[in-house]
Design a protein around this ligand. Sequence first.
Ligand SMILES: Nc1nc2c(c(=O)[nH]1)N[C@H]1C(S)=C(S)[C@@H](COP(=O)(O)O)O[C@H]1N2
Ligand SMILES: [Mo]
Length: 210
Amino acid sequence: MKEDYVRRKERWAKKMSGKEKPVRPSAGRLPPGQHEASNFPVLDLGVHPEIPLGEWTLKIHGEVENPVTLDWEQFTALPQFNDVSDFHCVTTWSQFDMEFSGVAFFTLAELVRPKPSATHLFFTGYDDYTTNTPLDACMDDDVMVAHSWNGQPLTLEHGGPARMIIPKLYAWKGAKFIREINFRDHDELGFWEQRGYSNSADPFTEDRFA
Ligand SMILES: Nc1nc2c(c(=O)[nH]1)N[C@H]1C(S)=C(S)[C@@H](COP(=O)(O)O)O[C@H]1N2
Ligand SMILES: [Mo]
């Protein structure tokens, strides 16, 4: 586990330094039961909360040494991170080579400093959507709070001003319109997880439903 973590962080450090080109695997990247999409469909609860940037904040708190509430200026002043990843929706579409920019989850974790008691994350969006992951799932080199897609600010329907991107999990684990990240010492099921979706959500094992 520890070695795995060190490798992820090394890969992230290389990406941050611009020395590593994003990996674009070609074979075996379409998970079972998925088909490839190219039009980036919109999937959500039908609520698109419009948050003016001047009123936007991201609260990161819970089992951390240094809880913060970032405004837009503070958030975008953090080291910027660009990455290319694949996006897998449980409704069976996957889209490859998604270029997102934002702030790496590692950067946010270094800022708030998780306590040893932090084991899980609970995310809340401005539409009151919630979802949850183990902390370890987000301590990876491809996880970020994104504000841009393909070089353009995220549109409202895709979760702007900012959203979570967790490429290795089905996309419902990535909260759009992100408002709050809570580090916790226990797991709590989010919106879809309470409604029969898998808690672990691994696309490559077709881990769709609990
Ligand atoms: N805040 C919020 N985040 C959300 C959702 C939502 O309804 N509200 N839907 C989830 C689901 S089910 C999916 S598949 C992805 C879809 O992202 P997209 O609309 O940009 O394709 O967002 C996820 N994040
Ligand atoms: Mo979804």
